[in-house]
Write a protein that binds this ligand. Structure first.
Ligand code: ADP
Length: 538
């Protein structure tokens, strides 16, 4: 018997809804389901004037099913996308894409009309917007010359412009020293870019002039190279009145290298006159050598972010030293280094290898593992309360101090030593796919719920003494596995209660996952139930 169901009055909003067909007779029942997939032509909902986030960005929202193909025209000429100018999609749902045309350091030659054309097999839509990044040089009115044009007339031409940018940058830096050791790094976009000063008088709104709703969370190189929350100025993280503490270079004495960070070496150092009742303390300093302009901007933004993140399970950030090259960030020293290395060196393999030597390596107990997990969860509860999405939670980004004190210590920067943990998806984008839920892999959607998924993977890492998740699979196989709904197996030493917690973190639907507060309190009670013998690790 062939029958059909007619549906009328549907709209694209019905996409994703499920139709269930159930058949029943006296002998039994059967049912089948169908996911609605309504096809419709593209519409460009918004195409806004450019705004300055980390880079310049022309924001847009486009709908259509199937996903429309996008083309940009600048002054009626098809725009060839490249590293400096390219379309970035920040958020993608079944029907809708939010993104922007990102322009890195545009100049007046990029001013003009931008047309976005969206096409799919059912139709097309287009919208235009005017962009004015920088006023063109005005030779007939010397009084109104932008600074870089004055330099150009002096005969220094292009290199002069570059020099000027650097000089302006240092000019801005000199502001840091005004109030002795502490001063303001403004989060205002005007002060963040010398080019923006040059562009004074143009019509382009800076993101600080727009309402918070207009601030697009830039997802330029997600997530290990940049965390877009560094560039957000509407959230609680980057307050315009952030005071970044400045430390004098002569107060920092380097002792030895601790490791290699994403942007430079990390050293153990002694820092004088940092805390009131101690002449000097041990600190970890992260260096940034020969920073490019955008490297410096990232550095300052990260410093502001770190200044505002303060919690007992987030590594303490003491301040910056920017007197000369390299730029330095000063953190509390965590004696046992990163948690992944720590777990490996207190696992069965390390204990086996140390056998015969006079080393006193001790395998971690279950209660110590719970104690570690509980502290990371506490740090994550705090980050979630600050509406901060970490995006790269993993044991390699946590640090271990004395008495098994664990803190989250890294906020979205990549590392060479762990490069196999990241998956390069083209250009600069590197993703920690083994820690990511399906929606982050498929749509680059990162939320507090996706952090909860990663926390589940961190629990798995802890209970396997630092194994790499899906170590037996290649990156492509991992992507296939996760998107198909497979989850990591229960580690040998993991109690059922903890594996249930992991499964609660790995629910496919983000809203079905455990809440970070619940996870923390469950871990807390499990840890309480099995006391930790901290002195074993000394
Ligand atoms: P980046 O964030 O630039 O990638 P990392 O935080 O990864 O740098 O640091 C590299 C290495 O330096 C870590 O694996 C760790 O061993 C060491 N390290 C970093 N910060 C500290 C710290 N506060 N205390 C002790 N060791 C640290």
């Amino acid at each position: 018997m062939e029958n059909s169901l007619s549906l009328t009055g549907l709209s694209p909003d019905d996409n994703g809804k499920v139709i269930v067909c159930s058949a029943e007779n006296m002998v039994g029942q059967d049912e089948a389901t169908l996911l609605l997939n309504i096809l419709f032509p593209p519409t460009i909902q918004h195409l806004l004037s450019p705004e300055r986030d980390h880079h310049w960005c022309i924001p847009f929202t486009v709908t259509g099913n199937p996903k429309p193909v996008l083309h940009w025209y600048h002054e009626n000429k098809l725009l060839e996308e490249q590293d400096y100018i390219r379309t970035m999609i920040h958020e993608s749902t079944e029907n809708e894409d939010h993104g922007c045309l990102q322009l890195v350091n545009p100049t007046h030659i990029h001013n003009g009309e931008y047309r976005l054309v969206a096409k799919n097999e059912f139709g097309r839509d287009e919208k235009t917007v005017l962009a004015q990044f920088i006023d063109p040089p005005n030779i007939s009115h010397p009084g109104s010359f932008p600074v870089y044009v004055v330099v150009g007339i002096a005969g220094v031409a292009l290199t002069g412009c570059v020099l000027m940018v650097i000089i302006l940058k240092y000019g801005r830096n000199s502001k840091f020293g005004i109030k002795g050791s502490s001063s303001v790094i403004s989060n205002d976009d005007d002060s963040a870019s010398p080019l923006h000063h040059v562009s004074n008088g143009n019509n382009t709104p800076s993101s600080s002039e727009m309402g918070p709703d207009a601030v697009i969370i830039g997802m330029t190189k997600i997530p290990v190279i940049e965390n877009p929350q560094y560039f957000r100025n509407s959230g609680s993280m980057l307050k315009s009145d952030t005071f970044v503490h400045h430390i004098k270079r002569h107060n920092i004495v380097l002792k030895r290298e601790l490791g290699e960070g994403a942007f430079g070496k990390v050293f153990l150092a002694e820092c004088y006159n940092l805390v009131p009742d101690q002449e000097k303390i041990h600190v970890a300093v992260k260096t940034l050598k020969e920073a490019t302009e955008s490297g410096r901007a990232d550095f300052y933004r990260e410093a502001e972010l770190l200044t505002n993140l303060q919690h007992e399970h987030i590594v303490t950030f003491y301040g910056v030293c920017v007197e000369s090259d390299p730029l330095i960030m000063v953190f509390e020293y965590m004696k046992h280094g990163d948690l992944n290395k720590f777990l490996r060196s207190h696992g069965p393999d390390a204990v086996l290898m140390a056998d015969g030597q006079h080393s006193i390596l001790v395998e971690l107990t279950q209660s110590q593992m719970l104690h570690i997990a509980q502290q990371i969860a506490a740090g994550m509860v705090y980050l979630a309360s600050q509406h901060f999405v970490h995006r790269d939670l993993a044991t390699r980004n946590c640090l271990v101090g004395e008495n098994l004190l664990v803190k989250i210590g890294d906020f979205g920067m990549s590392r060479d030593v762990y490069s196999t943990d990241y998956y390069r998806v083209g250009g600069h984008t590197m993703l920690p796919i083994r820690w990511m839920p399906p929606e982050s892999i498929m749509y680059r959607r990162f939320t507090t719920e996706s952090d909860v998924w990663s926390l589940g993977v961190v629990l798995w890492e802890i209970f396997t003494y630092g194994k790499q998740p899906w170590y037996q699979l290649s990156n492509n196989e991992v992507i296939e596995c996760i998107t198909q709904g497979r989850v990591l197996q229960r580690p040998r030493t993991c109690p059922k209660e903890v594996y249930d917690l992991m499964l609660g973190c790995w629910q496919r639907e983000p809203y079905m996952r455990l809440n970070i507060k619940e996870i923390h309190s469950m871990l807390q009670s499990l840890a309480k139930a099995s006391p930790v013998y901290l002195d074993i690790l000394g």
